[in-house]
Design a protein around this ligand. Structure first.
Ligand code: FES
Length: 176
């Protein structure tokens, strides 16, 4: 990596930290330190750190975002820019099972809309919503890289492919 690249730093701008900043256990801090140690530029660790904060707090809340800005030496807006770009990062509370239906071309041609509508009807929520018991959230997302087995959705970290309404029922009913 060239010296120029490793010296890229965010523009200086005083950061107004909101009142509360997330606090983590020594074990989590050590895990974060291990990730930071892998990179010559601290901001390169933004995604692994975001996943840790999300895992610990359920989503990227304001105190978690403040913590990330502080640990990475970035502006709050730098953190939000990344947090709002990736569908795997959440900026509001999310259900225990997050159903992300792919809505991109292959899935769309092979029935993604029907799958989304079936989930919505079964769960009584629209895309972007969470069931009142906090069990399920439903989202529509862009291509998840499983186009050959469309239509598909991802629930938490698991892919479910070649979906039909019947298969969706089986999957959702089997979730604890
Ligand atoms: S189009 Fe759905 S996984 Fe690629």
């Amino acid at each position: 990596m060239s010296a120029d690249l490793t010296q890229i730093q965010p523009l200086y701008q005083p950061v107004q930290m909101p009142g509360e900043m997330a606090v983590f256990s020594p074990e989590v801090e050590a895990e974060i330190d291990r990730h930071l140690a892998k990179y010559r530029v601290k901001r390169s660790a933004i995604l692994p750190l975001m996943f840790i904060v999300q895992r610990e707090r359920g989503y990227l809340d304001a105190p978690g975002v403040s913590y990330l800005a502080n640990r990475l030496g970035l502006r709050i807006t730098d953190i939000w820019e990344v947090a709002t770009f990736y569908s795997m990062l959440q900026t509001k509370p999310i259900g225990r099972f997050h159903i992300q239906v792919c809505k991109t071309l292959s899935c769309q041609l092979l029935g993604a809309q029907k799958i989304t509508e079936h989930c919505a009807k079964k769960l009584g929520i629209k895309p972007g919503e969470t069931t009142p018991d906090g069990k399920f959230s439903l989202s529509e997302v862009e291509c998840l890289g499983s186009c050959g087995t469309a239509p598909m959705f991802q629930i938490n970290f698991d892919y479910h492919e070649n979906l039909t309404p019947e298969k969706v029922d089986q999957i959702l009913d089997s979730l604890e």
